[in-house]
Design a protein around this ligand. Structure first.
Ligand code: BGC
Length: 369
């Protein structure tokens, strides 16, 4: 039942986002002599499972897109590192041994994986960084605009604090994993909006993006600052927001301060409706996942004209300059636009979001079945 609902949601999501950024690339490209046919294997390395987006959206969308781009002949070899960088290095090595044709890599640790990226390159296997910018000789990078994510979060937090917000307002920053360069970009984007407007009384990095680590850090912040002195919490994603909320509730806070998030996780969308979380960031996953599949297939098949058309942006990493890239834009998700984003695009059905427990809050938010 769940599977059916999910397949339906994904099908709708893919269909409704067609034309929102993809180039409609098919197997019949414009390059005269592709080096490989449709019988290709795309290696896909994702970083963790505790955040539902990877197995719920990225893997199935990429798998379906590779299949459709190759007339059903291409396949995806998938491995998830479960937040273990050493395991991901072994998984990448296995893909080199298996002679996959191209690798999409979302790294657990963007720095330490560089050695394996080099080995893949030496074995003639192109590596495309996916969502997080892996170091080493990567061929391209596809991601959401991560500084924009942080900016959207920071500006939303100020908006939630309202006109009276001032430099004496103490906020807590719950950032992501120090081995994920996205976390640094989220933080930088948020600081650009927040600096000079409020006081960042405490700032934490969260090992492995684990909600329970955020919960621990938040408990420490409450103990140090006092539960009624925290005006807002910048949480880098929805998982961390969940940990922060648990800690606040455990400390007896009933009137929760504005808390940010990211990813539009189902649990977070529900918390936004009930007012426990102020916002999230809506990242249309199919735009990122389908574009990644298009780039990977074009690269594996040696269709250079398509590959370049699909990667018009340029980014720098600590080990490379001017990396061909594509950055997908994002939007703030609040109570006001749930219908026009996650519901309209088919990420969730209204019945998934508005359970009977939420009936009154959903009605108040203008979300009716
Ligand atoms: C992703 C976020 C995600 C986080 C934890 C980041 O690299 O961009 O969407 O919440 O990792 O998995």
């Amino acid at each position: 039942m769940r599977r059916t609902a999910m397949s339906l949601a994904l099908a709708t999501l893919s269909v409704s986002l067609v034309g929102c950024g993809g180039l409609g690339v098919t197997g019949d490209g414009d390059d005269a002599s592709p080096t490989k046919g449709d019988d290709i294997t795309v290696g896909l390395l994702l970083p963790e499972k505790s955040n539902p987006q990877y197995e719920q959206f990225h893997y199935p969308v990429i798998e379906a897109k590779v299949e459709s781009l190759t007339g059903g002949q291409g396949r995806v070899e998938y491995a998830n590192a479960e937040a273990d960088a050493a395991q991901q290095a072994r998984q990448l090595q296995q893909m080199i041994n298996d002679r996959v044709d191209v690798i999409l890599l979302d790294p657990v640790d963007a720095h330490t994986i560089a050695g394996e990226v080099r080995k893949a390159k030496e074995a003639g296997i192109p590596v495309i960084a996916y969502d997080r910018l892996a170091e080493g000789p990567i061929d391209a990078y596809i991601t959401f605009d991560n500084e924009l994510v942080g900016g959207v979060q920071g500006r939303s937090l100020l908006e939630a604090l309202g006109e009276d917000a001032g430099i004496s307002d103490k906020i807590v920053m719950m950032n992501g994993s120090p081995t994920d360069p996205n976390a640094q970009q989220f933080k930088a984007g948020a600081l650009l909006a927040l600096d000079g407007k409020v006081t960042i009384a405490k700032s934490f990095d969260t090992k492995d993006w684990k909600p329970q680590n955020a919960e621990k850090s938040m408990t420490e912040a409450i103990d140090d600052l006092g539960r009624s002195n925290i005006k807002a919490v910048y949480a880098a994603n929805d998982g961390l927001a969940g940990g922060v909320i648990k800690a606040l509730k455990a400390a007896g806070v009933t009137d929760l301060p504005p808390i940010t998030g990211q990813d539009a996780e189902l649990a977070a969308v529900r918390r936004i409706i009930t007012g426990e979380q102020y916002m999230s960031v809506y990242k249309p996953y199919p735009q990122e996942a389908e574009r990644a599949a298009e780039i990977a297939v074009a690269k594996a098949q040696g269709r250079d004209i398509q590959f370049h058309a699909l990667t018009p942006d340029r980014v720098d990493s600590p080990t490379g300059k001017g990396i061909p890239a594509y950055l997908v834009p994002v939007v703030a998700l609040t109570k006001d636009n749930i219908k026009d984003t996650v519901i309209r695009d088919g990420m969730y059905r209204l019945s998934d979001v508005c359970t009977p427990r939420l009936a009154a809050d959903c009605a108040a938010a203008g979300l009716k079945k």
